[in-house]
Design a protein around this ligand. Structure first.
Ligand SMILES: C[S@@+](CC[C@H](N)C(=O)[O-])C[C@H]1O[C@@H](n2cnc3c(N)ncnc32)[C@H](O)[C@@H]1O
Length: 343
């Protein structure tokens, strides 16, 4: 048989183009692919599996940390802010870090202990818990209150970028949206039983959705004839059909569901109410918010605390990201920083 007559063998998939999300991004292994991480950062994007801390300089200015202090990062995430805070309070300081996420927190703890050289010390205490429970933790860890508290609200880039967690509508995934997938119910379960009236209220309250009623009625109607899929891209397609145009509506619907399944406003309200008792005299708090529902609550709570004499001063206005940071990290665009000093 000549070369021409021989049947052509099917070209086999060489494996060069990764099929699965976790194979796709080299940046998921920063220790092996440091150069790739640098390139992604330089292009203004966030490497997969990483979170870029926002307004670090402004937050450190506000918190005015000193060696020996005890401080809390309520939302450790990837640990960017926590690392800077931990460095600023050495020698002799102690950082208490919290996060609700049982998937990311162990990775962050290992990374922080290694990079800060704090293995085997009690200068770093990390707890998987909701920051609404901070006073109970401080009752044993820092009974007189702490010197500084940071809360960087919302979700981390690691959570958003991992399709298996259901936070993004850009990739196919289960419609979950929980920071702690071991607690509560996924967004798909919420949509499976919510009434049109409740969904309308939820969309209005959680993301000021102008088409709340139209979306809620369509969702419940589709669900009742089993036409609603339990996936991220399925819901996004459905919302785009009801409200064609940009993806702003899809984004707001996902934000509203995320706030609902994580009971974010409830946790924030409790945290803000208890905040003064968690701070020692002269202690400082910095809070980063990412949408009006969060900022409104923080603004009112700090103002009420000032009027009640709990705080000696509060941020006269919100602090926004610099033009330089916005260029380098577009995900920071909606961030607003507020602060207060305990009387
Ligand atoms: C914007 S990220 C924080 C990023 C972090 N500052 C950094 O430098 O990497 C928000 C984090 O807060 C956590 N979180 C949100 N609400 C929470 C709550 N009520 N209690 C504890 N953790 C919460 C999320 O799981 C997420 O990891």
């Amino acid at each position: 048989m000549s070369e021409e007559e021989r049947p052509k063998r099917r070209v086999r998939y060489s494996g060069k183009n990764p099929r699965l999300f976790h194979q796709k991004y080299k940046e998921q292994q920063p220790e092996r692919y440091g150069e790739d991480v640098e390139k992604v950062l330089a292009s203004g994007k966030t490497p997969a599996g990483m979170h870029r801390p926002i307004m670090v300089r402004e937050i450190l200015d506000v918190l005015a940390l000193k060696p020996g202090q005890t401080v809390v990062d309520c939302t450790v995430g990837y640990g960017g802010h926590a690392a800077e805070m931990a460095r600023a309070i050495q020698p002799g300081g102690r950082l208490i870090g919290l996060d609700a996420d049982p998937i990311e927190l162990p990775k962050t703890e290992a990374r922080l202990r290694a990079t800060l050289g704090l293995e085997g010390t009690d200068s770093l205490l990390l707890r998987r818990m909701n920051f609404a429970g901070l006073p109970q933790l401080l009752a044993t860890e820092a009974p007189g209150g702490v010197d500084a508290i940071l809360a960087d609200l919302g979700v981390s880039s690691m959570q958003i970028d991992n399709p298996a967690r259901g936070f993004t509508f850009k990739f196919e995934g289960p419609l979950d949206l929980r920071m702690n997938p071991q607690r509560g119910q996924p967004a798909s379960a919420l949509l499976a039983k919510i009434s049109a009236k409740e969904l309308t209220a939820l969309l209005k309250e959680n993301s000021d959705e102008p088409y709340a009623e139209r979306i809620a009625l369509a969702v419940v109607e589709a669900r009742n004839r089993n036409a609603l899929t339990g996936t991220t891209t399925g819901l996004a397609r459905f919302v785009r059909e009801i409200c064609p145009g940009s993806d702003d509506t899809v984004r707001r619907v996902f934000q509203a569901l995320r706030i609902a399944v994580n009971e974010e406003f409830n946790a924030l309200n409790i945290f803000l109410r208890q905040l003064p008792e968690c701070l020692a005299a002269g202690g400082r708090v910095a809070i980063l918010t990412f949408h009006s529902g969060e900022d409104r609550r923080v603004k009112h709570a700090l103002k009420a605390g000032l009027n009640a004499g709990f705080y000696s001063s509060i941020a006269p206005d919100v602090v926004r990201v610099s033009a330089e940071e916005l260029r380098a990290n577009p995900r920071s665009s909606s961030a607003k920083l507020r602060w207060a000093v305990r009387a």
